[in-house]
Ligand binder design. Structure first.
Ligand SMILES: *[C@@H]1O[C@H](CO)[C@@H](O)[C@H](O)[C@H]1NC(C)=O
Ligand SMILES: *[C@@H]1O[C@H](CO)[C@@H](O)[C@H](O)[C@H]1NC(C)=O
Ligand SMILES: *[C@@H]1O[C@H](CO)[C@@H](O)[C@H](O)[C@H]1NC(C)=O
Length: 296
C-alpha cells in the first residue's frame, strides 16, 4: 500500500517570542531551529509574525520585499537568514510568516516562505483570508486596511516525504482550503498562527482537531510564545494533531520547541477505520477539491 506520507518524518514546531529587534529575533529563531534539527527534526516550522511585533501598525515598518525573487540581502534579510538556516540545519523550513511589501503594487501581504534543506525557496504563501472585525464601541481590527490577500492554495512537495499544505492563522477557519489541499494529497496541514487569549482558549485546539477530523491528515499549528508585556498576547499552545484528531503533543504558552514523529501509514490506517474517502456522495453535493486555485 502506498502511503501519503512516504516515510516517517520528525516535525518540529518552534514557539518563539518576537519583539522589536529583528536581528535578535532572527538569531533566536536560528538557535531554536538548530536545536530542533539536533533532535532529528527534518521539517521545522516557525510561528506567524516571528520577526516583528504583531499588530497592523508595525507591518509597514517591518515589511520586506520578496519580489522579484530572490530578493537582495537588503530587500529581505529574513529571506536570506531563512535560506541559510534551512541549509545549515539541513531541514525543510516553513518560515512562519512575515509582513511582505510588493513595491510594484505598493501593497503589503502576510507571507510564509518555505525553504528546502539546500536553502532553495520552495513556496510562498500569502495569507488568503484577511481578518476584519468591526463591532462599533467594542473592537476594531481590520487587516484589510493595511494588507492585501493572497489568491491561491499552497501545496508543497517534499520529494522524500510527500505533500504538505501551508496556510496562515485565520485561513484555518475556512475548511474548504484544507479539504482541497488534503484531497490533492497533502499529508499535513500547517498553520503558523497567532490566536489571542479569547479565541485561543475557545477555538485553537478545536480548529486543529476539526481540520484533522474532516480530512484525516496531520495538522500542525505554530504560535508565537505569549508575552504579556506586548500589545498583542498570543495564545501559544503550538500543537500537532494526528489524522484521528488526537493531540499528540502541545506546548504551553512559553517559548519552546516541540518535536513529534509523524508516522507513515497512519493516515491510511485511520481512513480504513472511518472510510470518508470512499463514501463521499458527490451526486448529492459538489466535490470542492475539483476547484481551488494553486497559482497566483
Ligand atoms: C526577540 O526575541 C526574544 C527572544 O525570544 C524576545 O524575548 C524579545 O522580546 C524579542 N525582542 C527583542 C527586542 O529582543
Ligand atoms: C498575519 O495574519 C494574522 C492572523 O490573521 C494577523 O493578525 C497578523 O497580524 C498578520 N501578520 C503579519 C506579519 O502580517
Ligand atoms: C480576541 O479576538 C476576538 C475576535 O476578534 C475578540 O472578540 C476578543 O475580544 C479578543 N480578545 C482579547 C483578549 O483580546
Amino acid at each position: 500500500m502506498t502511503s501519503l506520507l512516504k516515510q516517517s518524518l520528525k516535525l518540529a514546531l518552534v514557539q518563539l517570542a518576537a519583539g522589536a529587534d529583528k536581528t535578535h529575533n532572527l538569531s533566536n529563531a536560528r538557535s531554536k531551529v538548530l536545536e530542533a534539527a539536533k533532535q532529528g527534526a527534518k521539517l521545522v516550522v516557525l510561528p506567524e509574525c516571528f520577526n516583528s511585533p504583531y499588530g497592523t501598525k508595525y507591518f509597514d515598518k517591518y515589511a520586506e520585499t520578496l519580489l522579484p525573487s530572490p530578493p537582495t540581502e537588503s530587500q529581505s534579510p529574513t529571506f536570506h537568514a531563512l535560506s541559510k538556516l534551512a541549509k545549515e540545519a539541513n531541514v525543510y523550513l516553513v518560515g512562519g510568516s512575515i509582513p511582505e511589501r510588493d513595491d510594484t503594487k505598493k501593497e503589503l501581504y502576510n507571507t510564509s516562505l518555505t525553504f528546502s534543506p539546500s536553502g532553495d525557496l520552495l513556496a510562498t504563501h500569502r495569507k488568503v483570508h484577511l481578518f476584519d472585525i468591526d463591532i462599533p464601541g467594542k473592537i476594531k481590527f481590520k487587516e484589510s486596511d493595511v494588507l492585501s490577500p493572497g489568491n491561491k492554495i499552497t501545496l508543497i512537495d517534499l520529494p522524500e516525504y510527500g505533500k504538505i499544505a501551508v496556510a496562515i492563522c485565520y485561513d484555518i477557519r475556512f475548511p474548504e482550503l484544507a479539504t482541497i489541499a488534503a484531497r490533492r494529497g497533502a499529508f499535513l496541514l500547517l498553520y503558523p498562527g497567532a490566536f489571542n487569549l479569547t479565541t485561543g482558549a475557545l477555538h485553537w485546539e478545536l480548529l486543529a482537531r476539526a481540520r484533522a477530523t474532516d480530512n484525516q491528515v496531520y495538522v500542525g499549528l505554530c504560535s508565537p510564545a505569549r508575552d504579556m508585556q506586548a500589545e498583542y498576547n498570543a495564545w501559544g499552545h503550538s500543537m500537532v494533531v494526528d489524522p484521528n484528531a488526537e493531540v499528540l503533543q502541545q506546548l504551553d504558552e512559553k517559548e519552546g520547541v516541540l518535536v513529534e514523529e509523524l508516522k507513515a501509514g497512519k493516515i491510511e490506517e485511520c481512513r480504513k477505520g472511518i472510510p470518508l474517502y470512499t463514501q463521499r456522495r458527490f451526486d448529492v453535493y459538489p466535490d470542492v477539491s475539483e476547484g481551488g486555485k494553486f497559482e497566483e
